[in-house]
Ligand binder design. Structure first.
Ligand code: HEC
Length: 180
């Protein structure tokens, strides 16, 4: 494809229709309530629910698993400018502590990877696509787990005070993902 050649009308129409279809398909997507957050499996310091989705593990004394803690930090580095502190939302972007009550891990990942644009009705709010951002992609589980804990009120609007150590498995996976 040569980009200096002007698009034909048909080409332009196709592109517009394609991006509209993408936008409306994503914003109309049905969401599904996640399974019971209770972990049924632990693997190298990561916890999974009955569906195999990442979940949190918070001990009665408030000590959180590593991913919950890491997700707290990543969320406040990458997402809170739009979604507000502690997943509480802002005038620009929805409260993810609410969204995750009815969003499973796959649906969450799809929006974060691909982004979403709410077109029409004078509403031009944009959820950027993070698919190429390693500081987000390498921590998708962490972000989901933290927000899931917030959505269940298993974690308050606080920086987790006590946390598990970071496991060797998590450290290795992180290095591999970041390409270190
Ligand atoms: C530049 C602002 C901005 C940033 C940064 C941002 N978002 Fe968003 N996000 C939005 C907007 C705006 C929407 C709503 C889009 C729409 O209505 O179509 C949204 C929607 C979402 C949704 C869907 C929520 C729902 O109720 O359907 C998820 C999930 C989400 N964002 C996750 C994240 C995560 C995780 C991060 C950090 C890695 C992040 N966002 C960073 C602006 C942002």
């Amino acid at each position: 494809m040569v980009s200096s050649v002007p698009l034909t009308r048909a080409g332009a129409f196709f592109l517009a229709a394609f991006s509209l279809a993408l936008g409306s398909a994503a914003s109309r997507a049905e969401t599904t309530k996640p399974a019971d957050p209770k972990p049924v499996k632990e693997e190298g310091g990561r916890y999974y629910d009955v569906d195999g989705a990442p979940t949190y593990n918070i001990k009665p004394d408030g000590q959180v698993d590593w991913l919950t803690y890491s997700g707290y930090r990543r969320y406040h580095a990458e997402c809170h400018v739009c979604h507000g502190p502690d997943g509480m939302g802002s005038t620009y972007a929805p409260a993810l502590a609410e969204s995750l009550k009815t969003m499973n891990f796959d649906q969450f990942s799809e929006v974060v990877v691909g982004g979403r644009q709410n077109l029409g009705g004078g509403n031009d709010r944009v959820m950027p696509s993070f698919g190429l951002n390693k500081n987000v992609m390498c921590y998708l589980d962490d972000l989901y787990v933290y927000l899931r804990a917030r959505s269940d009120d298993a974690l308050g609007r606080v920086r987790p005070a006590k946390r598990d150590d970071k496991s060797k498995e998590i450290t290795d996976a992180e290095k591999a993902c970041l390409g270190e």
